[in-house]
Write a protein that binds this ligand. Structure first.
Ligand code: ATP
Ligand code: MG
Length: 429
């Protein structure tokens, strides 16, 4: 992409309405624009990152054996009356009346709809287990939408639902999703700590919230430092994790059996990026989702649901990875892999080298942002750092004369002078 042609409305001023770094940076770097409270348009740069995150989530769901479908955003109220949640959900639900006076709603989640689909289309235990998911916009009329996309009213969620005929099966589905979540967040360069959202309950509700640590997180969290040690070794697995103490503040119990001694108990702030939940027959019973079991008798389905805040993750990643110059994208979700800074646009030799490099890297399948604008070098450096492009190739008249370019790493800040050939080799390796 040539920056001169890109729709990238960056802001010089710090937007007054934004209270936290990720929100400020997303507005300043031209990723999003607010259309009304908690509702945003995703501009090209923001959408690119959103799609990358979505792709990682999708790949790990598919790898775990979940199957993607797509349910609508608008749902009928009567379905929610079946489960009893239509009245219970309260003001967070956006209720709509269509031209025939039918009550509808903009889905805040999809347990009812997926239960209906499975109930109407699966009759036998032989067709189970199943984990089905979609990645779809949700609407929740939050009391206090804030922090940009982190607590929006309209937001993108990945929600999966598991269906099993017994607790053992449901537990296995839960563990499959648990493991998939750890992989998903790790691929995004994040360490997500699974917090026991319902500690101690065996056979009943089983639930974990996945939090990433950030000073601006909305939840207080308490956890055993052993997590940090395991994470540093890359040694995170379900068995070792389930023994460790990790909870959000409302669940904190200083007398719980596995609370570590005070010097091993960490307190921090966390951003909830995912939530997984086993809830047995809560919806299947209310909605009569029953299959024929192995002995011919009817069995009420065991269910779980598994959410990831896809759009919240964009903000959460920035919150955990930025400096005062701008965003520092982990390579896996960066909107562009390489930026080219032409220090002297209009100079035929600089332009020539930049064009060649731009073509060579693009041909190699890399996404490249080429700053070909007629702007001062300082502006170009600042914008590339604000956008957070992981690798930046700086091409100037002096270097070009000597066959040399500068390669800068956004994360470490390290700069290296290299021949053009070695720089290309490094970037395409
Ligand atoms: P929270 O406690 O943050 O309101 P929740 O418990 O209501 O979250 P779930 O219903 O479990 O959230 O939804 C699954 C995921 O969707 C959450 O883990 C979070 O990452 C994301 N999410 C929930 N509400 C919002 C929102 N208003 N804006 C952006 N993402 C959200
Ligand atoms: Mg909520």
């Amino acid at each position: 992409m040539r920056l001169s042609a890109y729709f990238l409305p960056t802001l010089k001023e710090i937007p007054a309405e934004a209270q936290i770094a990720s929100h400020r940076l997303m507005l300043r770097s031209g990723m999003i624009r607010q259309s009304s409270a908690g509702i945003y348009s995703w501009l090209p740069l923001g959408l690119k990152v959103l799609r990358k995150i979505e792709t990682i989530v999708r790949e790990e769901q598919d790898r775990a054996g979940a199957q993607e479908l797509l349910m609508p955003t608008i749902q009928p109220a009567e379905l929610w009356r079946e489960s009893g949640r239509y009245d219970a959900y309260g003001k967070e639900m956006l209720r709509i009346v269509d031209r025939h006076d039918r009550e509808m709603l903009y889905g805040p989640t999809n347990e009812e709809l997926i239960t209906q689909i499975v109930r109407d289309n699966i009759r036998s235990y032989r067709d189970l287990p199943k984990i089905l998911y979609h990645i779809q916009w949700k609407f929740r009329d939050e009391v206090r939408p804030r922090f940009g996309v982190m607590r929006g009213r309209e937001f993108l969620m990945k929600d999966s639902y598991s269906f099993d005929i017994d607790y053992e099966g449901a537990r296995k589905s839960y563990e499959t999703m648990f493991t998939a979540y750890l992989k998903t967040f790790k691929r995004m360069g994040l360490t997500a700590i699974p917090m026991q959202a319902d500690p101690g309950a065996i056979g009943g509700n089983l639930s974990h919230e996945f939090h990433i640590l950030a000073e601006t997180g909305e939840s207080g969290v308490f956890y055993d430092v052993a997590y940090d040690e395991l994470a540093a070794r890359g040694d995170i697995d379900l068995d070792s994790l389930s023994r460790l103490y990790a909870v959000t503040d409302e669940k904190h119990d200083p007398n719980a059996a596995n609370v570590p001694p005070p010097d091993r108990l960490k307190t921090a702030r966390g951003i909830e990026v995912g939530h997984i939940f086993y809830f047995g027959t809560k919806y299947s019973k209310a909605m009569n989702a029953v299959v024929t079991g192995p002995d011919g008798a009817p069995v009420t389905l065991e269910m779980g649901s598994y959410g990831i805040g896809v759009s919240r993750l964009v903000g959460a990643i920035i919150e955990s990875s930025h400096d005062d110059r701008g965003i520092i994208w982990p390579e896996a979700v960066a909107p562009f892999a390489v930026g080219i800074i032409n220090l002297k646009s209009g100079d035929s030799r600089c332009d020539g080298v930049c064009e060649d490099v731009y073509r060579a890297l693009s041909d190699h399948g890399l996404e490249v942002l080429y700053d070909d604008r007629d702007e001062r070098a300082g502006v170009k450096f600042a914008d590339m750092d604000l956008i957070g492009v992981p690798w930046q190739l700086v091409v100037g008249p002096k270097g070009v004369a000597a066959g040399i370019v500068e390669l800068k790493n956004r994360y470490s800040g390290e700069k290296q002078e290299l021949s053009l050939e070695s720089a290309l080799a490094r970037l395409t390796a």
